[in-house]
Ligand binder design. Sequence first.
Ligand code: AMP
Length: 480
Amino acid sequence: MSFNTLGLSEKVLAAVDAAGYKDPTAIQAGAIPQVLERRDVLGIAQTGTGKTASFTLPMLTLLEKGRARARMPRTLILEPTRELAAQVQENFERYGTNHKLNVALLIGGVSFAEQDKKLDRGTDVLIATPGRLLDHFERGKLLLQGVEILVIDEADRMLDMGFIPDIERICKLIPFTRQTLFFSATMPPEIQRLTETFLQNPARIEVAPTSSTAENVTQQLKAAGGKDYDKRVALRELLEGAEDLQNAIVFCNRKRDISTLFRSLERHEYNVGALHGDMDQRTRMMMLENFRKGAIKLLVASDVAARGLDIPEVSHVFHYDVPINAEDYVHRIGRTGRAGRSGTAYTLVTESDQKYLRAIEELTNQSIEWVGESIDFEAAAAERKAKRRSSKTSKADSSNDNDAAQSKPAPKKRGQSRRKTEEPAPESPVEETRPTNRVQKISQKPANKPQKQDNNAPAFSEGVHIPAFLLRDPRAKKAS
Ligand code: AMP
């Protein structure tokens, strides 16, 4: 199928041509004609499928007729994160080069005054995160009665982030006569319910979920001890041993681990940056930009970075944690091995990760090889069980018997002594004291000071600067 048969305008086709796209992707072929027919669309597709162009291209075609009025945007696109919102804006700029449309972005971290000015001029396309949109609405600076097309993108991500009540509110503020385009990678029951409430007889276009991982990505597992310290050591071993490492994303499941790992890698003199949802907008954008242009080689990130962000050419992906959601594994490793290049994905696995690892291997229908020694999960589980039993027995013994001799600790089991010898003796003092001092030193100042100071500082410089978000994270003080 060719783009020419989908009903897109000449101007849009010229932009598609300039972008170098030959054929529409499955979601584009399915959605574009439906959007142009003014039908509601339910697109079940994830990032990487060409989903963004499946709504931006027909929207541009439709927007060629009509004009924007002050404070009354003609179309509204809701995105869960600022990065995704910024990316959609870039798409409008790229595909809309032949149009004279006003595109505005309403995201946190940007001044209200600047955004108000844009709204006053009249916007054809308003791209927003739900919270910021409602802030503007409540300040009376925005009228939603003129919205003809509403796009809800990454709905399942919105659900994860607790935005569904905001989305419901926004949907009720927009005229019933609007056209709604709704995209989600998965369809959990809450999302299903939302589509039943807010979509009218939608055309359903489903693109097969990405359950397969690219063949050109080498995947390997590495056993690590359960303690954070053990994992950092194992990660550094992988980093040292990795062949042809040009740039990499290190994914963590928890935000607080991102701060700790970032500082640790920085201390070990890696060229590293960090990216997660709590960072201020300016720092996030700079981090991403620095990573894109190669000024940062390693990016420690949460799944915010895995979904949606168009980060080109990552040679390696490291999972500091086994992802809890198997689909996230596929998303994460989708950052490497793009466009036929080869890539490598390593996953650190601890004794308690069996369930998550199994889910990944089932989803991707493969068995992932271990680099170095593998974990014998059955033996580890038996050992844990025996340890629990022995600690119960020794507790019962000591409470039943007053004889001091009897209450001596039970002889050490194999697992216990091993754990003892694996304590992070040599490195932990360095890891412990230096970041704590830095954080304490600055956190003694008034709350607004470090933030201001850090926002003005470069977002990244090797080994010197800690981004503001690390200093503001109260848990960062507990860094190990
Ligand atoms: P998306 O799923 O919207 O994030 O798009 C993923 C990537 O695919 C982006 O880098 C787009 O520029 C690219 N892309 C979108 N549509 C096409 C197409 N028809 N042919 C080739 N690349 C495309």
